[in-house]
Each structure stands twice: as structure tokens, then as C-alpha cells.
Design a protein around this ligand. Sequence first.
Ligand code: FMN
Length: 190
Amino acid sequence: MKKDLGVEPLLAPMPVLMIATYGDDDKVDVMNMAWGGICGSTQVVLNISEGHKTSENLRKRGAFTLSPATGATMKESDFFGIASGNTMADKFEKSGYHAVKSKNVDAPVIEEYPFTLECKVDEIVEGKTCLHVYGDIVNVLADESLLGADGAIDIKKLDPLVFDTFQRGYFHLGDEAGKAWNAGADLAKK
Ligand SMILES: Cc1cc2nc3c(=O)[nH]c(=O)nc-3n(C[C@H](O)[C@H](O)[C@H](O)COP(=O)(O)O)c2cc1C
């Protein structure tokens, strides 16, 4: 028996993405975003409310970096989703984190996050309930410590947090359940 839950944005898990931008005077801001992700082979989309400091920065500077929150960065990452650069002038400084300017886009790279997409804003679309910011991926930065023996990124080393939309929890990943394009291969042969 299934129960109707109505119209709710209940799709879980979601990612926990840190969106870093520059404001006026190169002031660094970072916000927490669950409603974003890959939307094409070279693009990401950010679904963001109009009133955030980050929204203003995205319009003014046309660039951002996107880094998954990790187990080691949970406290600061959650803080980036509670405080706003609109009302807390030293929001980024309060986190104790460090930023360097991206070599590729007009946005900061936050040193404490080991994996980062550097992106340029392609288009900002005013959607029904929020802005949809399409970004071109210009480069991907990965800390060498994330690489496995085969040179690929080891997701367990990254330890990305996932967001439980149902009960607002941050979770670590569990064990690998199977290989994609493989776990169902037997059925495809029938
Ligand atoms: C887990 C979590 C997920 C969030 N996801 C989003 C999101 O997808 N879009 C959005 O506009 N705000 C989201 N927020 C809220 C912003 O992170 C928050 O309003 C933040 O203070 C904005 O910072 P800023 O004003 O400095 O840009 C989320 C917050 C949390 C804690």
C-alpha cells in the first residue's frame, strides 16, 4: 500500500555542494547547495533562490567553483548553508577556511575541499520557484591524495556527503553495491 505525500521536493539522496564565488572587492562567499548537479557532458546547473549573496555574485562575476562537501568538512559546510554573506560580512573568515584565486575562472578555490569543478556561468534562467544557473565546466581539480592505483578518483577517499532530503541528515556513502552497465547485463542478453 502506497501513501500519497503530495507535492514535495522529496528526492533523496541529493549531493552537498559548496558553491564559492567572489563578491565586490573580491570578497569570498561560499554557500551550501543540495539542488544542483551535472546537467550535460560539459555543464552543471545550480538551482538557487534569488536573494542569496551567491546569486548576486554569480550575476556580477559570472563564475563559481563547485566542491562536494566531505566527511572532514561537514561542520564548516553546514555553516555555509546557515549563514549568509548578506548579513554576515565575515562569513568566510568565520569558517577558518582558506581560498586561492582559480587560474581558470573568476572565482575562489577553497583549499580544504579536495575536489573542485571550476565553472563559468553560461546562462541564468528565471524558473518557476528559483533561478537555474547553467555553468560550463572549464576545469576539474583533484587532490592527488584522492587518486587510486589506476589513476582514477577513489570515491571512498573523497568521502562525499550526501543529503537525506526526508530527514535533513548528512550521510557518508556505504559500500559499492555493483558495477553500472554490468549489474543488469545478464538480463540485457535475454
Ligand atoms: C543542506 C542545505 C542545502 C541547501 N541547498 C540549497 C539549494 O539547493 N539552493 C538554495 O538556494 N539554497 C540552498 N540552501 C540554503 C543556502 O545555503 C543558505 O541560504 C545560505 O545562507 C546562502 O548563503 P549566501 O547568502 O552567503 O549565498 C541549502 C542549505 C543547506 C543547509
